[in-house]
Ligand binder design. Structure first.
Ligand code: C2E
Ligand code: CA
Ligand code: CA
Length: 658
């Protein structure tokens, strides 16, 4: 696929050339001819110097011979010379407005008339037989001019030969007409001179023509290579180099107050298409995406493929609304199912958009902004569009800092585990503590897990961090009464890492904690990419008694299929249903339905985020049997958790004895 595409790209210009070869060679020779004609007009000063020399010779001859006819000839020569220099200066051969034929004709008229007048003047001095010095002066001048100009104008052979003949033939004719031996010999010499000069001029002409043609050809080849270097072989779109070039060109071409949009498109999970269906299919999907993007991209825009599964559309727009419309068109185009070899394929994409001049006034800044926006689109759940926002830069700086410090923080003991109780709403007793990680940064202060857990996931530190958290939590829990369990949050990445189950088992063994006292909280996002390793992980740990809780229920994809498929012992209803903005009859009904389902299936239902007594009462009425939230307690350090338990046991024993 890739090879055949490469061949298509390589062949494409060649095909065009083959189809229209006659035109092309005509075009080439037209350009060569233009260059040659242009060379006639180069250095009008040489024309002026030559004219001055012949004019002075004619004036001197006229004065010596005292012949008014020679004065007339001198003046005519001067007038022609002035007209020619004026024409050379006035007609700009570089401007396309003057056709090659016009330039050539103007030059021809001047050159031929000058040569003819000069040749005839010299011939006249021989015919009337004036002083020898006058004859020598005029003949030498005319022959010198004829020979010199033949070499100079070899670029246009007809002009060169014409000028040579028009100066030499009248002189040769005059020589023969005198009938004297010396002049006849001179006439013969001049006649022999003509073919010799023609041969020299035509050699010069050939060399000139060939070297101009060669230069043209190599320029063409260089242009073609440049086009190839800027083209992506798989899709035929511009590649990175092509995009850079097009961006510079576009930015230079538009007015200062016009706007441009840079839309960075990343196909979601394209790696899976490649892995499952193979690269040839992957390449065809990319080509199809390229075609669709080119279809929606506005006129004057550039569509480029930017490595792997990323594309860029760079185009002029009227306003932000315009770019929003374009982004949603791109989304719709990519989401339209593909049909490849009869297979139906669905592809989704995340888009990051940056506008010029709003989000950057040069290509680099614009790219960075769009890249950041794309990043936000991807972490915000994929298959969406994000426009650049200046807060993204601040976020990025902070993320980078966190990224750089997280590993060291683990070693420097800056992280610790806090424990938040989960209570039985009926008895008010603590059933479980949820382990929540805290980072006490020496400069930034306390960092919330929401800020650094995603960074840990991205950088892969989550595996080490997660194992450390489980081990710490298990060790603390081992000191609690037997009936109190510990809940640990696991991120999907941690579960998919090789040896994940083993890490948990080791933590339990080292802490000496009964696996039945460990509960792992997972979110629905784990099941979006349902794969084998998730099932194996859950099976392996359930077998030894570890329990699983479904966290943040109701916020994600909420398919009930996996509740049935996996052995969950607990569902945690997300706090947005309890204390969120949309709390009301609807959320109440949802909690009720979930609680009912939980009771039927024998699962515990936890209401998260309980902050007031009213909320506690409401979720209890709705059927939740467990509760967690600031109303009961915030997450506290281990010694306070132990104190909470001790107090509780104290009061129950007092109750029992009292
Ligand atoms: P989560 O698993 O839903 O944890 C509950 C979060 O809600 C905690 O925030 C807790 O402090 C907060 N919370 C508890 N009661 C209330 C309340 O009454 N009102 C309000 N407004 N909030 C309440 P925290 O500790 O900031 O953790 C945030 C999230 O970070 C957690 O959400 C969890 O997804 C993640 N996380 C925390 N610790 C870990 C960990 O050790 N490993 C992993 N993988 N993720 C963790
Ligand atoms: Ca949790
Ligand atoms: Ca939760």
């Amino acid at each position: 696929m890739e090879v055949s595409n490469l061949l298509t790209v390589l062949r494409a210009p060649a095909r065009v050339q083959a189809k229209s070869r006659p035109d092309r060679s005509d075009q080439l020779s037209a350009r060569v001819r233009r260059r040659l004609v242009t060379s006639l007009y180069s250095q009008p000063s040489s024309l002026a110097i030559g004219a001055l020399a012949t004019f002075s010779a004619a004036i001197v001859s006229a004065w010596i011979a005292n012949l008014p006819q020679l004065y007339v000839a001198a003046v005519v020569l001067l007038l022609i010379a002035v007209a020619r220099v004026t024409a050379a200066l006035g007609l700009s051969p570089d401007s396309e407005g003057n056709s090659t034929a016009t330039l050539e004709l103007v030059y021809e008229i001047g050159a031929f008339s000058y040569a003819l007048v000069l040749g005839c003047t010299a011939a006249y001095t021989i015919l009337i037989g004036t002083q020898t010095q006058v004859e020598v002066l005029m003949v030498a001048n005319a022959l010198g001019y004829g020979i010199g100009v033949t070499a100079r104008n070899a670029g246009r052979l007809t002009i060169a030969i014409g000028q040579l003949c028009l100066t030499c033939l009248p002189i040769a004719l005059a020589c023969f007409l005198t009938g004297s031996l010396g002049f006849i010999a001179l006439g013969i010499t001049i006649l022999l001179l003509i073919p010799a000069m023609i041969s020299i001029a035509s050699n010069i002409f050939k060399v000139l023509r060939d070297s101009i043609a060669a230069a043209e050809t190599s320029k063409k080849l260089a242009d073609k290579m440049q086009v190839l270097a800027r083209t992506d072989v798989v899709t035929g779109l511009a590649n990175r180099a092509g995009l850079n070039h097009a961006m510079v060109e576009t930015m230079m071409a538009v007015d200062n107050d016009s706007r441009l949009a840079l839309i960075w498109i990343d196909l979601d999970r394209f790696k899976e298409v490649n892995d499952l269906l193979g690269h040839p299919i992957g390449d065809r999907v990319l080509s199809e995406v390229a075609k669709r993007l080119s279809g929606v991209s506005p006129e004057g825009g550039t569509v480029a493929r930017f490595g792997g599964d990323e594309f860029i559309v760079f185009c002029p727009i009227d306003d932000r609304k315009d770019s929003e419309k374009l982004a949603s068109e791109i989304h719709a185009e990519i989401m339209r199912p593909f049909r490849i070899d009869g297979e139906r394929l669905e592809v989704r994409a995340s888009l990051g958009v940056a506008l010029l001049p709003d989000h950057g006034d040069d290509a680099d800044t614009l790219m960075q902004s769009a890249d950041l926006a794309l990043y936000h689109a991807k972490v915000g759940g994929r298959a969406q569009t994000c426009f650049f926002d200046s807060s993204m830069t601040r976020d990025l700086v902070r993320r980078r800092e966190i990224e750089g410090e997280l590993r060291a923080a683990l070693q420097r003991d800056e992280l610790s585990i806090f424990f938040q109780p989960i209570l039985d709403l009926e008895t008010g007793r603590i059933k479980t503590f949820e382990a929540l990680v805290r980072w006490f940064h020496p400069v930034k202060g306390e960092l919330r897990p929401d800020e650094f857990i995603p960074v840990a996931e991205e950088t892969g530190v989550i595996v080490t961090l997660g194992n450390w958290i489980t081990a710490q939590a298990a060790r603390v829990a081992a000191s609690w009464p037997e009936d109190v369990t510990i809940a640990v949050n696991l991120s999907p990445l941690q579960i998919r890492a090789p040896g994940a189950a083993l890490g948990i088992k080791n933590a339990l063994r080292e802490a000496g904690l009964d696996p039945r006292r460990l509960e792992l909280e997972v979110t629905e996002s784990l099941f979006v990419e349902d794969n084998h390793s998730t099932a194996a992980f859950i099976d392996e740990l359930s077998e030894i008694g570890v329990r699983f809780a479904l966290d943040d229920f109701g916020t994600g994809y909420s398919s009930l299929g996996y509740i049935n498929k996996y052995p969950f012992s607990k569902i945690k209803v997300d706090r947005s249903f309890v204390s969120g903005a949309q709390v009301g009859r609807k959320s109440d009904a949802i909690i009720r339905a979930v609680a009912e389902m939980g009771t039927t299936l024998g699962m515990d239902i936890v209401a998260e985020g309980l902050e007031t007594i009213e909320q506690v009462q409401a979720v209890k009425d709705a059927g939740c049997n467990l509760g967690q939230g600031y109303y009961f307690s915030r997450a506290v350090p281990d010694y306070l958790a132990a104190m909470l338990l001790a107090q509780e046991r104290d009061s129950t024993s007092k109750e029992a004895t009292g």
